[in-house]
Design a protein around this ligand. Structure first.
Ligand code: RAT
Ligand code: ZN
Length: 412
C-alpha cells in the first residue's frame, strides 16, 4: 500500500470531530447558577491573566483587589491587550474565543464586547459553547469544604448529567488540624490524634459525600514535599482513610502533584507556584496499593519523564493532562509526544482546567491541534515502517485518548 500524503489533514479532522470527556475543570453544572462563570469579564479576571497583568501595570495589589470585577477586567484588558501584544498562551486563549464567536478583539473595544456577552441567553450560550468545543462530559471540582458550593448539594439541585462530580479533599489532607473542628461540626467523630476511630469517621465522611454528589473519583492537589510512606498526617490519612474509601467505591484517587500554594499571597488565587516533586512517593503508593488506581498529573516539567516511566511500571497509574503552567503549546507538544512514545495511547493527554465556560473553546481547540500534530507525526513514522494507517485506526486512537482510556481506567 502506498504511503498516505494527507495524514495531517485526516488526523486533524478526526481528532476535531471526536467528542472529549474533560476530566478536570472548575466549571459547575448550570443548575448551580452564578457558580458557573462565563463572559468577557470573567475571562479577563482569570487568575492566569491576573498574574501576567501585574507584570505590566503598576496598580498596587490592594487597589486591584478592592476594585469591582468590571474594573479589574479593565485593568487586565488595558495591561495585556491594549498596551502590549497578547502573545502569552492565556492571552491567546481570549483571542481564540472572541475570534470563534465572530468578535474582533483587535478593535480593543471592551464595551462592545461586554454588550455582546450581555445579550446572550445563558442556557443557549452553554449549549453553544459545549457543542463548539465538542465536549461530551465535564468533570467538576466539588469540595464539601467550599461554603458557596455546599448549599447546592444539600438542597439536592436537579442536575445536568453532562457535568459529573469529583470529590476534592485538599483541606482534609493538607490542613488536617484546621479541618478537624469542621468535620466534628458536621457530626463526624474525628480527633486531631490519628486513631482507628478517626480513620473510620473520615471514611464515613468521604462515603457520604461520594454518594451525595455522585463523584466519579476523589482528588487532591499536593505540595512538592509530599512524601509516602512518611510519618505525616497526609500520608496516614491517605493510607488509612482515602485509599480504603477508593477501594470500597471502586474509584481512582487523583493526585495533582507539585503545587506550591501562596508563593505570593498578595496575588491571591494567582499567587501559587510550582516545585519539583519526589515521585518516589508515587512509586511507593502504586507499589504498596495494587488494588488502588491512581490518576496523576504533575505540575513541574522536570517530573514529566519520571511520571511516564512510572506508568510503564505500574498499570494502576494513569497519567493525565498538561496542568496549568505546563498547558503551553511547547510543553503540551513535548509531554504528549513523550507519552505517546512511551505509553502508546494508554493515557489521557489533556484536561482543560477551565474556570470560565467560554475557556472550553480555546483550551480544547489549542489542545486538539497539538494532539493531532503529535499523532500525525507518529503515524507518519509507523507508515514509513510499513504500517499504513486507516481512518478507523485514527478514530479508535482519538476516542481512546479523548475519553476511552480514562473511562476504562476508572471502571477498573
Ligand atoms: O489551574 C488552575 O486553575 C489552578 O488554580 C488550580 O485550581 C488547579 O487546577 C487545581 O485544581 O488545584
Ligand atoms: Zn484544577
Amino acid at each position: 500500500m502506498p504511503l498516505t500524503t494527507d495524514l495531517p489533514q485526516r488526523v486533524s479532522r478526526i481528532v476535531g470531530a471526536t467528542p472529549v470527556l474533560d476530566i478536570h475543570t472548575h466549571l459547575y453544572d448550570p443548575a448551580f447558577g452564578s457558580l458557573l462563570l462565563w463572559g468577557i469579564d470573567d475571562l479577563l479576571v482569570y487568575h492566569y491573566l491576573v498574574s501576567e497583568s501585574f507584570r505590566q501595570m503598576d496598580v498596587p495589589y490592594d487597589r486591584f483587589w478592592a476594585a469591582s470585577k468590571t474594573e479589574q477586567a479593565d485593568f487586565v484588558w488595558d495591561a495585556l491587550f491594549v498596551r502590549h501584544s497578547p502573545v502569552s498562551e492565556a492571552c491567546r486563549g481570549v483571542l481564540t474565543i472572541l475570534h470563534s464567536l465572530g468578535l474582533s478583539p483587535r478593535q480593543k473595544d471592551l464595551k462592545a464586547l461586554r454588550k455582546w456577552f450581555g445579550e446572550q441567553r445563558p442556557a443557549d450560550y452553554v449549549e453553544r459553547v459545549l457543542s463548539a468545543a465538542n465536549v461530551s462530559g465535564i468533570g467538576m471540582t466539588n469540595s464539601p469544604f467550599d461554603d458557596e458550593e455546599r448549599p447546592f448539594w444539600e438542597r439536592n439541585t436537579p442536575r445536568d448529567p453532562r457535568f459529573f462530580a469529583a470529590l476534592r479533599i485538599d483541606p482534609l489532607l493538607v490542613a488536617w488540624k484546621q479541618t478537624v473542628p469542621q468535620l466534628r461540626g458536621w457530626g463526624y467523630d474525628v480527633t486531631a490524634e490519628l486513631t482507628q476511630r478517626t480513620a473510620d469517621e473520615v471514611r464515613r465522611f468521604l462515603s457520604d459525600w461520594t454518594r451525595r454528589i455522585g463523584a466519579r473519583y476523589c482528588m487532591v492537589s499536593l505540595p512538592p514535599h509530599f512524601a509516602y510512606p512518611a510519618d505525616t498526617e497526609t500520608a496516614w490519612l491517605i493510607e488509612h482513610a482515602v485509599l480504603p474509601h477508593c477501594r470500597d467505591h471502586g474509584q481512582p484517587f487523583a493526585l495533582m502533584m507539585g503545587v506550591k500554594r501562596a508563593v505570593n499571597p498578595a496575588l491571591r488565587m494567582a499567587g501559587d507556584g510550582v516545585g519539583r516533586s519526589d515521585l518516589t512517593a508515587l512509586q511507593s503508593l502504586c507499589a504498596a496499593h495494587p488494588q488502588n488506581r491512581f490518576l496523576v498529573t504533575c505540575l513541574a516539567r522536570e517530573n514529566q519523564h519520571e511520571l511516564v516511566v512510572l506508568a510503564r511500571k505500574f498499570r494502576n497509574l494513569h497519567p493525565f493532562g498538561c496542568w496549568w503552567f505546563t498547558n503551553t503549546p511547547q510543553l503540551v507538544a513535548e509531554i504528549t509526544t513523550m507519552r505517546l512514545e512511551l505509553l502508546g495511547t494508554s493515557f489521557t493527554p489533556q484536561h482543560s482546567d477551565a474556570r470560565v465556560l467560554d475557556q472550553l473553546g480555546y483550551k480544547w481547540s489549542h489542545s486538539r491541534t497539538i494532539l493531532a500534530n503529535c499523532l500525525a507525526e507518529k503515524y507518519a513514522a509507523i507508515e514509513a515502517a510499513g504500517w499504513p494507517i486507516t481512518d478507523a485506526d485514527i478514530q479508535h486512537d482519538a476516542t481512546e485518548l479523548l475519553s476511552g482510556a480514562f473511562t476504562r481506567f476508572c471502571n477498573g
